[in-house]
Design a protein around this ligand. Sequence first.
Ligand SMILES: Cc1cc2nc3c(=O)[nH]c(=O)nc-3n(C[C@H](O)[C@H](O)[C@H](O)COP(=O)(O)O)c2cc1C
Length: 166
Amino acid sequence: MNKVLYLIVCGAAPAPYADRLVKLAREQSWDVWVVGTPASRDFADFKALQEASGHPVRDSYKRPGEADVGMPGADAVVVAPATMNTIGKWANGICDTLATGILGESFAFNVPLVVLPFVSDAQAANPAYVRNVQFLQDCGVLFPVGIGRPGRVRDFPWEAALKALG
Ligand SMILES: Cc1cc2nc3c(=O)[nH]c(=O)nc-3n(C[C@H](O)[C@H](O)[C@H](O)COP(=O)(O)O)c2cc1C
């Protein structure tokens, strides 16, 4: 059975290209389940992500009483691109969307948690952001490409997430 990777996609400029990570991960035999934040809808191509992953892409909680979509348990969680907003919510236990709901429970999964941020220099200089990243790092969350903007959108280092998973 392939290991299961949850990919959380946030609303930042590299999001339209997130299918690259899905394809790379599938080449390494990961079964990828993509969850987008609500803001990611304006950036990401959910159809391409669904085609690349072979699974529906979810961006909201199911309604009370609605049947489970049946996502298998995760063997790893990657947040890419990660926004300042989602990082802040995760570090502060805010679970107002499916994506942050998953992140809010993620420490109980006992699996690798990897973040590839894409934040502006001004955002990265925000003391609250720096504190939130530090807190997540102290909790064992991996930031393999640093905490700011790892180069240009087109060069977003998707492969670093898989390298961090070993
Ligand atoms: C064109 C555009 C580009 C943006 N780029 C970034 C970015 O690079 N990093 C970031 O943290 N937020 C960026 N934002 C702001 C986020 O989309 C916004 O904070 C949103 O609430 C994030 O929601 P999410 O974390 O749920 O995806 C951008 C917004 C727009 C409209």
